[in-house]
Every structure is written in structure tokens, then in C-alpha cells.
Unconditional design. Structure first.
Length: 369
């Protein structure tokens, strides 16, 4: 079949809207009509050539929602007509990682996913006979995409696509980092570095679990108003702090935060986040994705004296199990999504979404097909 898609032909070049050829689903695969997709900073990072796994040409996008249109042989868990959210972290429930109960990082198809291919080692997308790569196993910047059955979460049908697509990455990542990874407890003090599409969801997660001081740190002053809408109690712009930002934050939290979260992808900020943790028990969670070649550093003494450095992918969520529950949280008003969707675009306008993100003018742009 044919599908309209925004293709990343080359790094650092705008996406091009073209009509691709798409092969139908093979065994254990499903064809999904994507109804809406968010634009996450990770898409921009890959398009900018900063991802060590980045492949071109490819169909980016990993924050979608849509409808199953066709299923391949042997598919039992979803059927045509089901509403689904694609999962860049699948859940096979059979691999060593899934069975461990210790991680959401299913390994069933990770190798081929990183090569921009379906589990059988081939791509379903092509353009004028040339192979086009999949991205993060999702490729939601295409109106139709093919996904492994284990990489779709079935969701309730009354959830709007144009808002619930954000649960495919940003919402689940931010809220899940608080509830699954850090397991923030009521009364804890929290610092969130970077108040964009992910950081605001960390803030609302922290508020939801009853954190006490919820401090937001961002170099963009416009983010103060945004943070306050989602539970932030204090705002700090590091550019306006006299002296050392870590010292300032440690004093503000009476010895350091119980939990800090990096939502910037900047490795210097990651160090600040670790060192702003309380001696003896503070935990710092890395969410931000750093550009290829960057490394983190700190004095080992920071860890010897009890601070803990952790990371999280997709907020520690087990997609097929947890995503439908997060959709319920949204539909029941436990978490907010609608106000964070600042821009709704057509596929033809998708590059504007990247421009708005880089200019710090959007929280989330969503493309509606
Ligand atoms: P975004 O562009 O919407 O937000 C980033 C925010 O960080 C902006 O508000 C920006 O002003 C702020 N910022 C930038 N540099 C800063 C600095 N030095 N100090 C303080 N604030 C700073 O991006 P996003 O979509 O929220 O994504 C954030 C990061 O999380 C990206 O690196 C993205 O790739 C990553 N991410 C990771 C996961 C995961 O599963 N681990 C999931 C989604 C996104
Ligand atoms: N490919 C990059 C790493 C990118 C990365 O860490 N991705 C996150 C999701 S970001 C969503 O916006 C993730 O899920 N990581 C776990 C995984 O298995 O990819 C690199 O550095 O090579
Ligand atoms: Zn993302």
C-alpha cells in the first residue's frame, strides 16, 4: 500500500513529505493507521545527527496513537479496529528481561529495532525502490506503519488520539520516572532540571505522589509559569543565581534533594543533578538523552557518601501492561495532558514543530493526520 510520511532523508535537513510504499504486516505484526503523533526532543536529537544509532533515510516519530487496520498471521492480542499506542519499549513477557520483573527493557527485538528494521531483519518502508528505515520500532511520522504485536498497547476507545499519543513517550516517561523508577514518597523534596515536554510530566508526577518541595530548574524563564501549573513550588533559573547552582539548591533543600531528575540531556546538568542530592540517600534519575560521544563525570566521593545515580527509559513502564492504566489516569483526571499540547499541526507543517521546540516556544507539538 501507499502511505504519506515525513521522511528524514539526511541529518540536519528538514523532513520531506512523500508517499512511501509500505508492505503489509507479516506474522506477529500489525498494520496501524496513526491518527496523531507528538514530536519529542529525541526525534530532534536523531534528526540533528546526534544519535549514535541514528539511520538515514528513515521515518522518525515514536509518540503516536492510532487504530489497528490489519493483523498478520498468529496475532491474538489485538484485532482490526482496536485503538493502540505504539511502544518503543515493547513488552514480550517472555524474554529474560521481562521475566526478571526488574526492568521494563524488553530485549526480544532490541537488536533489529536499533538497526531500523523489523524483527525479521527487513524494512516495510521503501521509496522509489530504496529501503527506508524504521525508527525506534515505531515510525509514527507515517500515516500508516507496521509494528510487532508486542510493541502495541491496546487502549480504551474514548481516549482522544491527539492527546493520548503523548502517553506514547513524554507523559509515561515523566510520570513513570517518579512512580516506577524513583518511587518518590509523600513529603520528599524533588528537583527537576529542564521543564519541557518531559520535565513538566515529572513535576505533575511528583505532585501526584505528594512530594513537598518541587523545585524546577530551567534556563528559559517562560518555563516558570508552566512549571507552576503542574505542581512546581519553586523556580530557579541557573543563569540568575549568584555563585554555584549546586550550593544554591543544596541550601534551598536543607542539605540536598531526596530526588533529582535530569530532563535536559546535558551532561553538565546531569552532574549538577547528582550533586544536588542529599548526602547519604539522595537519588538522581537521568532521563535526558545525551548526544553521541558525551560522558558523565563526578567525584566518586559523591557516590561513596550515599548519593545514587540511576537512569530510566520510558519511565520504567511495561508498555502493554502500564500504558492502558496511564490512559485511565488521564481520562479520570488524575493527570493532565491537554494544556501541554501547545501546537496542533498537519503533517505538511511537521518541520514547524521542530522549529518551535528549538526556539523554546512549544511544550508539545502534535501532528494530526
Ligand atoms: P524539551 O526541548 O521539550 O525540553 C528541554 C528543556 O530543558 C527546555 O525547557 C530547556 O529550556 C531546558 N534546558 C536546556 N538546557 C538546560 C540547562 N542547561 N539547564 C536547565 N534547563 C535546560 O525536551 P523534552 O522532549 O522534554 O526532552 C527532554 C530530554 O529527555 C531530551 O534529552 C530527550 O531526548 C529525553 N527523553 C528521554 C526519554 C527516556 O525514556 N529516557 C524519553 C523522552 C525524552
Ligand atoms: N539511541 C541512543 C539512545 C536513545 C535512548 O536512550 N532512547 C531512550 C528513549 S528516548 C525516548 O524519547 C530509550 O528507550 N533507551 C533505551 C533503549 O533501549 O534504547 C544512543 O545513545 O544510542
Ligand atoms: Zn520521546
Amino acid at each position: 500500500m501507499k502511505t504519506r510520511a515525513a521522511v528524514a532523508f539526511e541529518p540536519k535537513k528538514p523532513l520531506e513529505i512523500v508517499e512511501l510504499d509500505l508492505e503489509g504486516p507479516k506474522a506477529s505484526e500489525v498494520l496501524v493507521e496513526i491518527m496523531a503523533t507528538g514530536i519529542c526532543h529525541t526525534d530532534a536529537y536523531t534528526l540533528d545527527g546526534l544519535d549514535s544509532e541514528g539511520l538515514f533515510p528513515s521515518v522518525l516519530g515514536h509518540e503516536g496513537a492510532g487504530i489497528v487496520r490489519e493483523v498478520g498471521a498468529g496475532v491474538t492480542s489485538v484485532a482490526p479496529g482496536d485503538h493502540v499506542i505504539p511502544l518503543y519499549t515493547p513488552e514480550c513477557r517472555q524474554c529474560k528481561s521481562c521475566l526478571s520483573g526488574k526492568t521494563n527493557l524488553c530485549t526480544a527485538i532490541r537488536a533489529t529495532q536499533g538497526q531500523g528494521l523489523m524483527p525479521d531483519g527487513t524494512s516495510r518502508f521503501s521509496y522509489k525502490g530504496q529501503t527506508i528505515h524504521h525508527y525506534m520500532g515505531c515510525s509514527t511520522f507515517s500515516n500508516f506503519t507496521v509494528l510487532p504485536e508486542i510493541a502495541v498497547a491496546k487502549i480504551r476507545e474514548d481516549a482522544p488520539f491527539e492527546t493520548s499519543c503523548y502517553i506514547g513517550c513524554g507523559v509515561t516517561t515523566g510520570v513513570g520516572a517518579v512512580t516506577n523508577t524513583a518511587k518518590v514518597e509523600p513529603g520528599a523534596n524533588v528537583i527537576v532540571f529542564g521543564l519541557g515536554g518531559i520535565g513538566l510530566n515529572v513535576l505533575q508526577g511528583a505532585k501526584m505522589v505528594g512530594a513537598d518541595k518541587i523545585i524546577g530548574v530551567d534556563i528559559n524563564d517562560d518555563r516558570e509559569e508552566w512549571g507552576r501549573k503542574f505542581g512546581m513550588t519553586h523556580f530557579v533559573n541557573p543563569a540568575k543565581v549568584d555563585g554555584d547552582i549546586v550550593q544554591f539548591l543544596v541550601e534551598l533543600t536543607d542539605g540536598g534533594a531526596d530526588y533529582t531528575f535530569d530532563c535536559t540531556g546535558n551532561t553538565d546538568v546531569m552532574r549538577q543533578a547528582l550533586e544536588a542530592c542529599h548526602r547519604g540517600w539522595g537519588e538522581s534519575i537521568i532521563i535526558g538523552v545525551a548526544e553521541a560521544g558525551k560522558e558523565i563525570a563526578t567525584r566518586p566521593f559523591q557516590l561513596v557518601t550515599g548519593r545514587v545515580w540511576k537512569g530510566t527509559a520510558f519511565g520504567g513502564a511495561r508498555g502493554r501492561t502500564d500504558v492502558p492504566k496511564i490512559v485511565d489516569w488521564y481520562m479520570n483526571g488524575k493527570i493532565a495532558i491537554d494544556p501541554m499540547i501547545t501546537h496542533t499541526l498537519s503533517l505538511e507543517e511537521i518541520n514547524k514543530g521542530f522549529d518551535l521546540m528549538h526556539a523554546g516556544e512549544s511544550i508539545r507539538s502534535v501532528v494530526v493526520y
